[in-house]
Ligand binder design. Sequence first.
Ligand SMILES: Nc1ncnc2c1ncn2[C@@H]1O[C@H](COP(=O)(O)OP(=O)(O)OP(=O)(O)O)[C@@H](O)[C@H]1O
Ligand SMILES: [Mg+2]
Length: 320
Amino acid sequence: MKIDIEVLKKLEKSIDTSDPEKGEVPIKILGYGEISLVFELLNDPENIAYKRIPIFENEKQVNRHIWAYNEYNRILIQDVGLNLPNYDVAWFKDNEDKIQFYCLQEKISSESVGNRVIHDLSTEDIETFILLVMREMKKVWSYSKNHKIIDLGLDGQISNFSIIGYDPNNPKVDFNTKLLYLDTSTPMFKINGIEAMEAVLFLKSTPWFLSPLVKAAFLDEVIDRYYDLRLVIIDLIANFYKEQRPELIPGIIRLINNFFKDEASEFKMEPITFIEVDKYYKNDKMIWVIFQKARQIDRYIKTKLTHKKYSFYLPEKIQR
Ligand SMILES: Nc1ncnc2c1ncn2[C@@H]1O[C@H](COP(=O)(O)OP(=O)(O)OP(=O)(O)O)[C@@H](O)[C@H]1O
Ligand SMILES: [Mg+2]
């Protein structure tokens, strides 16, 4: 991918993570996660989405992450058969010798991303879309089941899938529709049980004042769930609360339980119940609300009291 490092350097020099669109280099936010800020450079002829990942302290970490990222993408495309956007990485040391790191992806239309399309598609088409997502997930878990050394994980939330060839003026999907999987900047795979990515990096956005105990418990809970097909699916379903379409949940549970019986019987999955989705959602919501608050306090201490930089983008208010 054609990247102008000088533009990124200029961007980093003036970026204010509490209002990233107001820096010297004009950008538009495309999305964000717990760690990354996803944006495009305005007036950029290249079609690139930049995922800014401010967690690296040394080159060793960067090299390991680049290796894990490339390998995760490669396995998902070549061995599993998912469709992924073209990808790359870019990084440099800024004037203060701090590492600035980006995962790059071919930019896709925001309107085609799962959490947008579920507000445009008919209920029937949303269910088709979910079934297509299930089939992508099945490929991933079949790979892990058949592979002795490598264990793959996936973040199955609806915002991580995009519909190829989606027309917002004529929103529809059918059983031949193809999906793209977007969320590869946090590589989720283990080799002989060892996380490819340096696990402590997951914790980089958690406030320093939380006790190591809380962090460790949180780390295990958050990472392990990506490797457990049942939890990944419960997470996907519970996400419909956050995406403001809870009325779809009973239908989606029915569909997924049928999928378990008809298309994924080899995984011997227990049917999912509404009660466990509801419970999961409440627990998950509590964890993230507490975290979000703690991070806001962390940001306040860093920027207002000690006049340091705060690396992460915190959205003002996330509806959950
Ligand atoms: N290639 C892309 N083109 C356009 N928009 C994108 C692209 N990739 C991601 N986005 C947008 O950004 C959002 C977050 O991206 P992504 O899922 O990759 O990050 P994340 O893993 O959720 O973040 P984190 O790891 O920090 O939690 C997506 O839901 C989507 O709306
Ligand atoms: Mg995501």
